[in-house]
Design a protein around this ligand. Structure first.
Ligand SMILES: CC(C)(COP(=O)(O)OP(=O)(O)OC[C@H]1O[C@@H](n2cnc3c(N)ncnc32)[C@H](O)[C@@H]1OP(=O)(O)O)[C@@H](O)C(=O)NCCC(=O)NCCS
Length: 181
Protein backbone atom coordinates (compact mmCIF):
# COMPACT_ATOMS: atom_id res chain seq x y z
CA UNK A 1 0.00 0.00 0.00
CA UNK A 2 2.77 2.39 1.01
CA UNK A 3 4.59 1.47 -2.23
CA UNK A 4 1.49 2.28 -4.31
CA UNK A 5 1.16 5.70 -2.64
CA UNK A 6 4.86 6.37 -3.22
CA UNK A 7 4.48 5.42 -6.92
CA UNK A 8 1.56 7.83 -7.26
CA UNK A 9 3.61 10.64 -5.68
CA UNK A 10 6.50 9.97 -8.09
CA UNK A 11 4.11 9.91 -11.07
CA UNK A 12 2.64 13.27 -10.00
CA UNK A 13 6.11 14.77 -9.61
CA UNK A 14 6.97 13.60 -13.15
CA UNK A 15 4.03 15.37 -14.77
CA UNK A 16 5.15 18.61 -16.41
CA UNK A 17 3.86 21.81 -14.86
CA UNK A 18 2.91 24.79 -17.07
CA UNK A 19 4.01 28.17 -15.74
CA UNK A 20 4.47 31.71 -17.11
CA UNK A 21 7.92 32.06 -18.68
CA UNK A 22 10.62 33.85 -16.68
CA UNK A 23 14.11 35.06 -17.66
CA UNK A 24 15.51 32.15 -15.60
CA UNK A 25 14.11 29.71 -18.21
CA UNK A 26 15.92 31.34 -21.14
CA UNK A 27 19.14 29.30 -21.30
CA UNK A 28 17.45 25.90 -20.93
CA UNK A 29 14.72 26.84 -23.44
CA UNK A 30 17.37 27.91 -25.92
CA UNK A 31 18.69 24.33 -25.81
CA UNK A 32 15.16 22.91 -26.15
CA UNK A 33 14.55 25.13 -29.20
CA UNK A 34 17.84 24.06 -30.78
CA UNK A 35 17.03 20.37 -30.24
CA UNK A 36 13.42 20.67 -31.42
CA UNK A 37 13.97 22.83 -34.53
CA UNK A 38 17.51 21.90 -35.52
CA UNK A 39 19.53 24.16 -37.80
CA UNK A 40 16.45 25.71 -39.48
CA UNK A 41 15.45 27.45 -36.26
CA UNK A 42 16.22 31.01 -37.37
CA UNK A 43 15.26 30.63 -41.05
CA UNK A 44 11.52 31.08 -40.50
CA UNK A 45 9.52 34.13 -41.60
CA UNK A 46 8.04 34.41 -38.09
CA UNK A 47 11.62 34.84 -36.85
CA UNK A 48 11.90 37.91 -39.15
CA UNK A 49 8.91 39.42 -37.30
CA UNK A 50 10.50 38.76 -33.92
CA UNK A 51 13.84 40.29 -34.88
CA UNK A 52 12.06 43.43 -36.18
CA UNK A 53 10.90 44.42 -32.73
CA UNK A 54 8.09 42.10 -31.66
CA UNK A 55 8.04 42.19 -27.86
CA UNK A 56 8.31 38.86 -26.04
CA UNK A 57 5.44 38.65 -23.53
CA UNK A 58 6.77 36.51 -20.69
CA UNK A 59 3.50 36.83 -18.72
CA UNK A 60 1.34 35.07 -21.30
CA UNK A 61 4.05 32.74 -22.68
CA UNK A 62 4.10 29.30 -21.08
CA UNK A 63 7.03 27.08 -20.06
CA UNK A 64 6.67 23.36 -19.30
CA UNK A 65 8.77 22.41 -16.29
CA UNK A 66 9.62 18.80 -15.46
CA UNK A 67 11.00 18.53 -11.94
CA UNK A 68 11.95 22.21 -12.30
CA UNK A 69 13.69 21.84 -15.69
CA UNK A 70 12.24 23.59 -18.79
CA UNK A 71 11.32 20.98 -21.45
CA UNK A 72 9.03 23.02 -23.67
CA UNK A 73 7.62 26.44 -24.39
CA UNK A 74 4.92 28.34 -26.19
CA UNK A 75 5.92 31.97 -26.61
CA UNK A 76 3.71 34.93 -27.45
CA UNK A 77 4.97 38.26 -28.79
CA UNK A 78 3.25 41.65 -29.03
CA UNK A 79 2.98 42.72 -32.67
CA UNK A 80 0.72 44.92 -34.79
CA UNK A 81 -1.38 43.83 -37.77
CA UNK A 82 -1.98 47.11 -39.59
CA UNK A 83 -2.87 49.47 -36.73
CA UNK A 84 -4.34 46.75 -34.51
CA UNK A 85 -2.45 45.22 -31.57
CA UNK A 86 -2.14 41.44 -31.81
CA UNK A 87 -0.03 38.53 -30.58
CA UNK A 88 2.30 36.30 -32.61
CA UNK A 89 2.53 32.71 -31.34
CA UNK A 90 5.91 31.02 -31.52
CA UNK A 91 8.26 29.50 -31.16
CA UNK A 92 6.39 26.46 -29.88
CA UNK A 93 8.66 23.56 -29.04
CA UNK A 94 8.78 20.45 -26.89
CA UNK A 95 12.05 18.64 -26.23
CA UNK A 96 12.14 15.62 -28.59
CA UNK A 97 12.41 13.26 -25.61
CA UNK A 98 9.04 14.46 -24.34
CA UNK A 99 7.02 14.83 -27.55
CA UNK A 100 3.82 12.90 -28.51
CA UNK A 101 2.36 13.08 -25.02
CA UNK A 102 0.01 16.06 -25.36
CA UNK A 103 2.45 18.63 -24.04
CA UNK A 104 2.61 20.74 -27.23
CA UNK A 105 -1.18 21.10 -27.32
CA UNK A 106 -1.29 21.83 -23.58
CA UNK A 107 1.32 24.60 -23.95
CA UNK A 108 -0.69 26.27 -26.72
CA UNK A 109 -3.93 25.95 -24.75
CA UNK A 110 -2.24 27.45 -21.67
CA UNK A 111 -0.83 30.45 -23.55
CA UNK A 112 -4.14 31.07 -25.36
CA UNK A 113 -6.01 30.95 -22.08
CA UNK A 114 -3.61 33.47 -20.52
CA UNK A 115 -3.95 35.81 -23.52
CA UNK A 116 -7.74 35.56 -23.62
CA UNK A 117 -8.04 38.02 -20.72
CA UNK A 118 -6.78 40.88 -22.89
CA UNK A 119 -8.63 39.96 -26.09
CA UNK A 120 -7.54 40.70 -29.65
CA UNK A 121 -6.10 38.17 -32.09
CA UNK A 122 -3.30 35.58 -32.07
CA UNK A 123 -1.60 34.74 -35.38
CA UNK A 124 1.01 32.12 -36.21
CA UNK A 125 2.67 30.24 -39.03
CA UNK A 126 2.20 26.53 -38.45
CA UNK A 127 0.62 23.21 -39.34
CA UNK A 128 -3.19 23.43 -39.65
CA UNK A 129 -3.49 19.76 -38.61
CA UNK A 130 -1.92 20.59 -35.24
CA UNK A 131 -3.49 24.01 -34.61
CA UNK A 132 -7.06 23.56 -35.96
CA UNK A 133 -8.17 21.41 -32.99
CA UNK A 134 -6.91 24.27 -30.77
CA UNK A 135 -9.27 26.74 -32.47
CA UNK A 136 -7.01 28.29 -35.14
CA UNK A 137 -8.27 28.84 -38.69
CA UNK A 138 -6.62 29.99 -41.89
CA UNK A 139 -6.35 33.78 -42.27
CA UNK A 140 -7.98 34.88 -45.55
CA UNK A 141 -5.22 34.95 -48.21
CA UNK A 142 -3.89 38.48 -48.75
CA UNK A 143 -5.29 39.92 -45.51
CA UNK A 144 -2.07 39.80 -43.47
CA UNK A 145 1.42 40.46 -44.87
CA UNK A 146 4.50 39.02 -43.18
CA UNK A 147 8.08 40.12 -43.89
CA UNK A 148 8.96 37.01 -45.93
CA UNK A 149 7.48 34.06 -47.75
CA UNK A 150 4.62 32.18 -46.06
CA UNK A 151 2.44 29.37 -47.38
CA UNK A 152 -1.05 30.96 -47.03
CA UNK A 153 -2.43 27.61 -45.84
CA UNK A 154 -0.10 27.83 -42.80
CA UNK A 155 -0.96 31.41 -41.80
CA UNK A 156 -3.46 30.82 -39.02
CA UNK A 157 -5.25 32.97 -36.52
CA UNK A 158 -7.55 32.85 -33.51
CA UNK A 159 -9.95 35.53 -32.31
CA UNK A 160 -9.85 36.23 -28.56
CA UNK A 161 -12.54 38.92 -28.45
CA UNK A 162 -15.59 39.51 -30.64
CA UNK A 163 -14.93 41.54 -33.79
CA UNK A 164 -11.13 41.56 -33.42
CA UNK A 165 -10.51 39.61 -36.64
CA UNK A 166 -12.53 42.12 -38.68
CA UNK A 167 -10.15 44.91 -37.61
CA UNK A 168 -6.95 43.00 -38.52
CA UNK A 169 -5.56 43.66 -42.00
CA UNK A 170 -2.21 44.78 -43.33
CA UNK A 171 1.44 44.35 -42.52
CA UNK A 172 2.71 42.58 -39.43
CA UNK A 173 5.10 44.95 -37.66
CA UNK A 174 6.49 45.79 -34.23
CA UNK A 175 3.73 46.85 -31.81
CA UNK A 176 4.68 50.54 -31.43
CA UNK A 177 1.87 52.11 -33.42
CA UNK A 178 -0.82 49.60 -32.58
CA UNK A 179 -3.92 50.07 -30.46
CA UNK A 180 -5.90 47.34 -28.75
CA UNK A 181 -9.60 48.14 -28.95
C1 LIG B 1 5.07 20.65 -32.71
C2 LIG B 1 5.48 20.13 -31.31
C3 LIG B 1 5.61 21.32 -30.35
C4 LIG B 1 4.37 19.20 -30.80
O1 LIG B 1 4.73 18.79 -29.49
P1 LIG B 1 4.08 17.48 -28.83
O2 LIG B 1 4.27 17.58 -27.37
O3 LIG B 1 4.56 16.26 -29.53
O4 LIG B 1 2.55 17.73 -29.20
P2 LIG B 1 1.28 16.88 -28.83
O5 LIG B 1 1.71 15.62 -28.13
O6 LIG B 1 0.31 17.76 -28.16
O7 LIG B 1 0.70 16.52 -30.25
C5 LIG B 1 1.38 15.61 -31.09
C6 LIG B 1 0.56 15.49 -32.37
O8 LIG B 1 0.55 16.74 -33.03
C7 LIG B 1 0.54 16.51 -34.44
N1 LIG B 1 1.69 17.24 -35.01
C8 LIG B 1 2.84 17.59 -34.41
N2 LIG B 1 3.61 18.28 -35.26
C9 LIG B 1 2.93 18.37 -36.39
C10 LIG B 1 3.20 18.95 -37.66
N3 LIG B 1 4.33 19.62 -37.92
N4 LIG B 1 2.26 18.82 -38.61
C11 LIG B 1 1.10 18.17 -38.39
N5 LIG B 1 0.79 17.60 -37.21
C12 LIG B 1 1.69 17.69 -36.24
C13 LIG B 1 0.66 15.05 -34.68
O9 LIG B 1 -0.65 14.58 -34.94
C14 LIG B 1 1.12 14.50 -33.35
O10 LIG B 1 0.54 13.26 -33.16
P3 LIG B 1 1.44 11.99 -32.76
O11 LIG B 1 1.95 12.27 -31.39
O12 LIG B 1 0.47 10.89 -32.83
O13 LIG B 1 2.55 11.92 -33.78
C15 LIG B 1 6.80 19.33 -31.36
O14 LIG B 1 6.65 18.29 -32.32
C16 LIG B 1 8.01 20.17 -31.71
O15 LIG B 1 8.65 20.76 -30.85
N6 LIG B 1 8.36 20.18 -33.02
C17 LIG B 1 9.52 20.91 -33.49
C18 LIG B 1 9.27 22.40 -33.49
C19 LIG B 1 8.04 22.78 -34.29
O16 LIG B 1 7.82 22.29 -35.41
N7 LIG B 1 7.22 23.65 -33.68
C20 LIG B 1 5.97 24.07 -34.24
C21 LIG B 1 6.17 25.24 -35.12
S1 LIG B 1 4.61 25.79 -35.68
Amino acid sequence: MRKMVAERVVAAAERPELVPETPAHAAALDQVLNRAFGPGRFAKTSERVRERGAVHRLDVSRTALLAGTPIGCCRLHDIAIGAEAALLLGPLAVDPEHQHDGLGAALVAGAVEAARREGGVIILVGAPAFFAPLGFTQAPPGRVALPGPVDPARLLWLELSDGALDRCAGAVTAPRAATRT
